[in-house]
Design a protein. Structure first.
Length: 299
């Protein structure tokens, strides 16, 4: 099915799978921005297929290995070896007044200034700013990104989104602008879960907002039919798309076809797609290798 969908540009990987993934994401060899942190636990255990010179990869997801053997309480609490509570020391909450609204957010690391890099997580429908600060849910993956930023002089923030439209987009943009005032030299990556992806697409389509970005991450998110005609292709903001094959909210084939459209229209556009085989809607949040993706975007 994948072979037919992606026009036969399939190249099986045999051996050296993790090295292959690192090469595909790093491009030209450069020093990593984010140093290793629990890579043995969080790296992809098996990559089964690769397309588009490594920009599209298929990662094996095992419910037994990647959920039941990883979580002390399934989908609620990861085993302690996946977690470090160092980020809690600098964690706090704040409010920003902008656009006639109060924007509530949380941060850790150098979120009050002096950050080398900034990652902002946007939740989906029904979520809140606490989701992305939960240390033990989603297999400890939110704790890992917090540690990656704290241990590398960066900042990690989460924000409450009340409207997944131009209002919510403007609020996130205001938070980015404020953070850029505090950390003028920092690169900014916005990661969006599920419906939060609407915010990510809106940011990258807007010429004024997109210049503030070093990348967007779409974790089980919908495509944006307005992206191709928006002029965003010329701005080359890096995009990562993560999707599960068993996602019943946003069909993976629809998202993969959209990726294919972008690659067809602009073959050199910096966009990568990770497909988690047998993964469900929340799998990209649980399984995406933050360090791999962020080092590609922040280099």
């Amino acid at each position: 099915m994948l072979q037919r969908l992606m026009s036969g540009r399939l190249v099986p990987l045999v051996g050296g799978l993790i090295v292959g993934a690192a090469v595909a994401f790093s491009g030209v060899a450069q020093a990593d921005v984010l140093k290793p942190y629990k890579d043995r636990l969080f790296k992809y255990k098996k990559i089964t297929e690769t397309l588009y010179d490594g920009d599209f990869i298929v990662v094996e997801y095992s419910k037994q290995r990647d959920l039941r053997d990883r979580d002390e309480v399934d989908e609620r609490k990861v085993f302690g070896n996946y977690v470090s509570y160092k980020p809690k020391r600098g964690r706090g909450s704040a409010e920003l007044q902008a656009n006639g609204r109060t924007i509530s957010y949380m941060g850790t690391g150098k979120w009050k200034g002096g950050a080398r890099a900034i990652v902002i997580y946007i939740h989906g429908q029904g979520g809140n700013r606490f989701q992305g600060m939960n240390d033990v849910s989603f297999g400890g993956n939110f704790n890992r990104v917090q540690n990656l930023m704290v241990r590398n002089g960066g900042a990690y923030l989460t924000v409450d989104i009340k409207n997944f439209d131009k209002r919510g987009t403007a609020d996130v943009a205001a938070l980015i602008q404020y953070q850029k005032q505090l950390s003028p030299g920092a690169k900014v990556v916005v990661a969006c879960g599920s419906m939060g992806g609407i915010i990510c697409w809106n940011l990258v389509r807007n010429a004024n907002y997109s210049r503030l970005l070093s990348g967007i991450m779409l974790l089980g998110s919908p495509k944006d039919p307005n992206f191709l005609g928006s002029g965003a292709l010329s701005r080359n903001v890096p995009i990562y798309m993560g999707q599960g094959t068993l996602d019943r909210v946003y069909n993976w084939e629809t998202q993969a076809n959209f990726y294919k459209q972008i690659k067809s229209r602009a073959p050199g556009y910096p966009i990568k797609f990770t497909l988690f085989d047998t993964g469900t809607h929340g799998t990209p949040i649980r399984m995406t290798d933050w360090r791999l993706v962020l080092n590609w975007m922040l280099r």
